[in-house]
Design a protein around this ligand. Sequence first.
Ligand SMILES: NC(=O)c1ccc[n+]([C@@H]2O[C@H](COP(=O)([O-])OP(=O)(O)OC[C@H]3O[C@@H](n4cnc5c(N)ncnc54)[C@H](O)[C@@H]3O)[C@@H](O)[C@H]2O)c1
Length: 339
Amino acid sequence: MKKIFITGGAGFIGSAFIHQILEESSDIEVINFDALTYAGNPENLKGLDETRHKFVKGDICDKDAVLNALPADAEAVFNFAAESHVDRSITSASEFVTTNVLGTQVLLDAARARNVKRFVHISTDEVMGSLPDESNLYFTELSPLKPNSPYAASKAAAEHFVRAARETFGLDTVITRCGNNYGPRQFPEKLIPLMIANAMNDEALPVYGDGRNVRDWIYVEDHARAIWLAFERGKSGEVYNIGARNEQFNIDVVKAILDLLGKPHSLIKFVADRLGHDRRYAIEAEKSETELGWKPQTDWEDGLRKTIRWYQENQDWVERIRNGAYRDYYKKMYGASLK
Ligand SMILES: NC(=O)c1ccc[n+]([C@@H]2O[C@H](COP(=O)([O-])OP(=O)(O)OC[C@H]3O[C@@H](n4cnc5c(N)ncnc54)[C@H](O)[C@@H]3O)[C@@H](O)[C@H]2O)c1
């Protein structure tokens, strides 16, 4: 059995990754190390083969806890754990610096101490800032790091520490930078599940600014597959951009959700824009396609339909979140109470 250590595996992308690799490979054992913050949800781990999945509750900033959980013979560390929501980083950045920067550094040190064979760091296209409206510019792996939000700044800082661990100590590292993910089990503060959950409850759909910000959307399982290939085939020290060539205006995403749910566009409510809101992300993924032999398999319409169906079939999952601390967060963010 190959042992792999995954941080943040109770979150949206980490859990999708674990479901996928345990289904697709029979010789893998996962240690899932997660602090279970507001975004971590043990329900996301239902249905996993428990003989090959060991959950450890712990904080990546806690050096002793990480060293205790990380086996010496681990094939890889996959670092998904992060504070991941831009809006929360605008309200308070310090948790982002702590988990995303310091936590990554703790993991890098632990990986060296335990002779881990490869460190795969999950980063984001947001480290490269924002592209001009309607230009034909794209993010490549050579684009400068120009983060605009505290979240993106913390992810960019983490990337520098990953690079430094390789250049200084020879740790085998790979970084992936993906665009916006969508799919099952995403916490409802993020655009697509927020809109689905509100529309299902006939509540107003808050859209920032003029709704013409562009995001490059990818189905979460396609992202997970790319991360696995980056681990298996990526060159040490390299960065791989991951994107499905699927740019969409936010307002079009929201309208598509309403149409698929059979709800009226009158539910849309434009609200004051997010501070420093990045205008456009667009990813050139040619390097991942050629070097990793990766291609996205889910097209936008199918992916969105599958995602909506998951939220319809898992309304208890959504309601448990909407009835918890998320209610207060929502009120503070949007000045309105959830039903
Ligand atoms: N969601 C996206 O669209 C997207 C796109 C590109 C990259 N990413 C990156 O992918 C990774 C996963 O994103 P996600 O959307 O699944 O995030 P998420 O917020 O859904 O999950 C984060 C997980 O990390 C855990 N965690 C947070 N702080 C921790 C700590 N100190 N110690 C241990 N665990 C901790 C949480 O409990 C949670 O389970 C992040 O690194 C994020 O920056 C996300």
